[in-house]
Design a protein around this ligand. Structure first.
Ligand code: HEM
Ligand SMILES: CC(C)=CCC/C(C)=C/CC/C(C)=C/COP(=O)(O)OP(=O)(O)O
Length: 293
């Protein structure tokens, strides 16, 4: 009896955690923390790190929950997403909506009470772009949703930076730019693989609207553009040689893997998709290492 209750409880907790897209939250936090180190050129105050990352993490989690609330009809149609907590019935839509609103409210309170108004503004903008601009306004209407939705995903380093400084600056724009250019190719590899799924669900992703070849061309162009952009932190004097050579090697491998995807007849590029995640995590971690050493 007790064992059964514990198992049910564990499943409920697991479903709510899944709803927050924890893998994405983790990477968002790494990039936000990098923004904080950039502002300080060293170790930021531990309590500030704690509150700022908590506020940013809750915003990312809450936005992901609301994204799945509003997308529950299309998620139910696609094979990749039909087992998510809402379409599978393990979390009700009302509870998901409530959960998302609670997470975003907590985030707003924490950012305002323990961080500062400028960082709060960018956190609200990140959630607004993910939930309202990307999910509600664009995702079902235009393939441009991917690029414009990228504004949300590129804001965490700006949130981190402004959490420390209380004012905007040019430097976090470099990290914003890296993330902004990184996101479309990160997604298009999956969009190619699941083109039929997206077509069935009526989501006009780039492969659905322009075809696989055009998407592969743009994936290659974005990854090529990412190469010089990833080197900007050193060219701008933020980081040193260690970052430069690591970024060079990581970007070169990214370009080679993308070229392989481009010339391959297959539409499966899962190794490239996983590499995109490892790429960003390593790039930002090495940036921090090179700033504090
Ligand atoms: C235009 C913006 C973006 C789009 C369209 C996008 C799309 C996606 C999709 C469709 C998946 C697969 C999810 C699944 O299998 O359920 C995914 C996974 C992932 N994304 Fe993105 N993403 C974007 C931005 C970001 C950003 C900004 C980050 C973090 C900084 C990120 C980090 C990840 C990670 C870590 C995964 C793998 C873990 C997981 O599936 O939960 N993505 N992304
Ligand atoms: C601080 C804060 C709010 C950070 C959020 C940053 C973030 C991860 C933004 C990415 C947003 C985005 C357009 C995801 C798209 O995938 P989707 O949700 O359409 O993917 P799916 O098809 O798997 O549902």
């Amino acid at each position: 009896m007790v064992a059964k209750a514990v198992a049910t409880y564990t499943n409920v907790v697991r479903d709510y955690i899944l709803l927050t897209k924890p893998g994405i939250v983790m990477l968002v936090l790494i990039t936000a923390l990098t923004g904080m180190y950039l502002a300080k050129r060293g170790f930021p105050d531990s309590w500030l790190i704690f509150w700022s990352l908590l506020g940013t993490g809750l915003a990312s989690a809450g936005s992901a929950v609301l994204n799945q609330f509003f997308d529950r009809d299309i998620d139910a149609v696609m094979s990749r997403t039909k087992n998510r907590p809402i379409p599978s019935g393990s979390v009700s839509s009302v509870n998901a909506l409530l959960f998302g609103v609670i997470l975003l409210t907590l985030s707003l309170y924490i950012m305002l009470a323990f961080v500062n108004p400028v960082a709060t503004f960018f956190t609200v903008m990140a959630s607004f772009f993910y939930v309202v601009v990307y999910t509600l306004a664009l995702k079902r209407r235009s393939p441009l949703a991917t690029e414009i939705g990228g504004i949300s995903g590129a804001l965490p380093p700006v949130i981190g930076y402004t959490s420390v400084t209380g004012q905007f600056g040019i430097e976090p724009l470099i990290l914003f730019l890296i993330m902004f250019v990184w996101q479309p190719p990160h997604f298009w590899v999956l969009a190619v693989k699941y083109a039929e799924d997206y077509r069935k669900a009526g989501v006009p992703t780039l492969p659905v609207v322009k075809g696989i070849f055009q998407t592969k061309v743009r994936t290659l162009l974005y990854t090529a553009a990412l190469f010089p952009i990833s080197l900007l932190p050193t060219l701008y004097g933020i980081t040193g040689k260690i970052y430069f050579f690591t970024a060079f090697a990581l970007s070169l491998v990214y370009l080679i893997l993308t070229l392989r995807f481009f010339f391959s007849k297959s539409s499966r590029g899962m190794s490239l998709f996983f590499y995109s995640i490892i790429y960003l995590a390593l790039l930002f971690s090495v940036m921090v290492f090179d700033m504090v050493r």
